[in-house]
Design a protein around this ligand. Structure first.
Ligand SMILES: [Zn+2]
Ligand SMILES: [Zn+2]
Length: 337
């Protein structure tokens, strides 16, 4: 049973509160406990017939034609602007979306997220000077990103040609090639894959570092006052991608751990076993800012405050830097002449 989003004391709206980890009334500050909220979300076996859970409750889906992202809110909650680009022409639909197995609730409040963002922006040397002011006025929205989280074991048989070069006494370089083969085991734990095509998995892995022991069974109440990003990648398509990227990782390890200078013609045959997964929501503060007609996104980890994203580079800053280098070069030329 989902708790009604209206406060019993005053009728105000209840939202998920970061500091108490419960629901809080926006008007009278009453706290309402979320039932069974400390139950951890576990992983299940992945098979060819694995499917995600469909929701028994209604959600509203808001599609943005400008950035292409779709966001989800509980039905009572209105979304006026797109959290990713600020566009207000959103198409509203009843969502029949999948619901996550688990959720890692936000721990970092908006103020702290803004501090992390400002610090990050200050370190962007090439960013235009007026960007700081610009970025502050734009909105920061707490959004849950959909991810698949996997555990699996890999057994790989491999062969290749190892190359070694050495310099002889005569000063010439001698190259030798040796065939090699072997097998190895690799275990992947909490290997993350994005469940939304607009969010690259590489970015998620770079910013993630989430504590998966703090991952609770999903309940709609966690989304009160917050937003979810839609899932648009099927679990099976996701696992195909995961196989490819984890295999690349294994091949990289084989090359790094070999005693050769380089490796040629590497063939690696990998078997995947004990595959477990769950589908999760992870907390990300999303910030956007428009600069010269282009929209930039910044993502702030909703637990640690780590920032990932793009900042525009100032043409004039780069122009004067190059000019400075040329001037110093010319000066040195005449001084040493
Ligand atoms: Zn109240
Ligand atoms: Zn948008």
């Amino acid at each position: 049973m989902t708790i009604d989003n209206k406060c019993k004391n005053c009728g105000g709206e209840l939202i998920y509160d970061v500091s108490s980890g419960e629901l809080k009334c926006m008007q009278c500050d009453s706290i309402v406990d979320i039932p069974e909220q400390n139950a951890n979300a576990t992983k299940v076996d992945y098979t060819e017939t694995s499917t995600l859970k469909t929701s028994t409750e209604e959600y509203t889906q808001y599609s943005c034609s400008t950035c292409g992202r779709k966001h989800i809110t509980p039905v009572h909650q209105e979304l006026v602007n797109c959290p990713s680009c600020g566009d207000c022409n959103l198409e509203k639909n009843v969502s029949v979306s999948y619901i996550p197995d688990g959720i890692i609730p936000f721990k970092l409040d908006k103020e702290k997220a803004m501090q992390s963002f400002s610090q990050w922006l200050r370190k962007r040397f090439w960013a235009p000077s007026n960007l700081k002011k610009l970025a502050k006025t734009e909105s920061l929205k707490g959004t849950y990103f959909p991810i698949y989280n996997y555990d699996f074991n890999c057994f790989s048989k491999y062969s290749g040609v190892g190359v070694k070069s050495r310099r002889g006494l005569d000063g010439k370089t001698y190259t030798t090639r040796h065939k090699f083969k072997g097998d190895r085991n690799d275990n992947f734990i909490n290997y993350v894959d994005s469940a939304n095509t607009t969010i690259p998995s590489g970015l998620l892995r770079e910013m993630s570092n989430f504590d998966y022991t703090q991952c609770y069974i999903y309940r709609t109440e966690f989304l009160y006052g917050w937003i979810g990003l839609d899932n648009n990648i099927d679990i099976h398509n996701s696992f195909v991608k995961v196989k490819q990227s984890s295999k690349q990782e294994i091949e990289k390890r084989i090359k790094q751990e070999s005693k050769y200078d380089s490796v040629e013609n590497l063939i690696c045959d990998t078997e995947y076993t004990n595959i477990k997964y769950n589908y999760l929501y992870v907390p990300v503060w999303v910030n956007y800012y428009n600069y010269k007609g282009k929209t930039f996104n910044c993502f702030i980890n909703g637990i640690t405050g780590k920032v990932s994203g793009d900042a525009p580079k100032s043409f004039w800053k780069r122009f004067f830097a190059i000019l400075g280098i040329i001037a110093v070069g010319v000066l040195l030329y005449f001084l040493t002449k």
